[in-house]
Design a protein around this ligand. Structure first.
Ligand code: SF4
Length: 325
């Protein structure tokens, strides 16, 4: 079956600030999202996940690789064709305040994509805007108010209403609840789940918070310094992480059952800096299981036990990897 969206060996390299080096923000990323699926992308700040989000929408141009939407390359599209295709792929940003123009009423903000794409008459756009407000749980009577008159959670609802205005097939959610209080986070996550079911959406859900991704994703891709290091079904990856970096991330997620004690793996060394990617396995300076090969040979992403993993441990004997529970 053709994937809804597919990235093939996607890379984005920038010159460093001083122009003397190359920052490899995203390297050799391949992934696919099926219709109706939610793919979670997790990793620490600086791992390249937000750059990947912008690449998938072609908000920035890749250095190499391809992006296919329903089998059609987005890279080959000219500006007019790309604009048309963007109706199908929308994004919700982390900071709902920064992403909303403070000089516009929320009705104008939500209607803006409809205006840009010339959809419907003015009256129809107005009706649609009020429907969207209702759909995301806001009072349509508030349509004439400005973003600063709303709370953080309400502003994120406005951002979501704008993202779904064009009836996209895929919404990229870039840390959509990170800036919100925990109590509000669950309301927004419930709204996203409800919209996904009602509008038959697919999501790419980007987050540094594995516990959030666990609740919303069918599959999860773990990124470290611009590369996917583990990718598989959420349940498999989180119940039995195979990559040492995923193991550390999972060990930091609080257990709901107080009797279930998980041993926390505390990573040593510096957090990832894409301006200084170590040779060999990029994770080796912090990896508790690193051995000689890791320092000079980059592990490829390979399929093991129904998931993908980039770690040399898979070649030194099954005993090196944790057993299935
Ligand atoms: Fe650790 Fe080596 Fe595996 Fe990298 S390849 S995650 S350094 S064991």
């Amino acid at each position: 079956m053709t994937a809804l969206i597919e990235a093939r060996s996607l890379a984005k390299h920038f010159p460093s600030r001083d122009g003397k080096a190359v920052v490899k923000a995203v390297s050799e990323v391949s992934l696919a999202v099926a219709e109706g699926e939610t793919l979670g992308i997790v990793g620490e700040s600086g791992c390249g996940k937000s750059t990947l989000a912008r690449l998938l929408l072609r908000l920035i141009e890749p250095t190499s690789g391809d992006i296919l939407f329903r089998g059609e390359s987005l890279i080959d599209l000219d500006a007019a064709a790309l604009r048309k295709r963007r109706r199908d792929i929308q994004i919700v940003f982390q900071d709902p305040y920064a992403s909303l123009d403070p000089r516009m009423t929320i009705a104008s903000i939500i209607a803006e994509p409809l205006d840009i794409h010339g959809i419907g008459s003015r009256a129809e756009r107005r009706t649609k805007t009020l429907e969207l407000l209702d759909l995301v749980g806001l009072d349509p009577a508030a349509a004439g108010r400005y973003p600063h008159e709303f709370s953080g959670g309400q502003r994120q609802r406005i951002g979501i209403a704008r993202a779904i205005a064009l009836e996209p097939r895929l919404v990229v959610l870039d840390e959509p609840v990170s800036a919100l209080d925990v109590s509000i986070q669950s309301q927004i996550l419930n709204l996203l789940a409800d919209l996904k079911a009602r509008l038959r959406l697919s999501y790419i859900f980007i987050s540094h918070d594995l516990s959030v991704v666990e609740h919303v994703s069918d599959a999860v891709a773990v990124m470290y310094l611009g590369r996917i290091v583990e990718h598989g079904k959420t349940e498999d990856v989180l119940s039995n992480p195979l990559h040492p970096y995923t193991q550390a991330l999972v060990s930091a997620v609080p257990e709901i059952d107080p009797a279930a004690k998980r041993q926390r793996i505390v990573l040593s060394g510096d957090p990832p800096n894409p301006e200084h990617i170590p040779p060999g396995c990029p994770f080796h300076p912090r990896c508790p299981q690193a051995f000689d090969t890791c320092r000079n040979l980059l592990p490829p992403l390979e399929t093991v036990r129904g998931r993908q993993i980039a770690c040399h441990l898979i070649h030194i004997g099954a005993s090196a990897l944790p057993r299935n529970p």
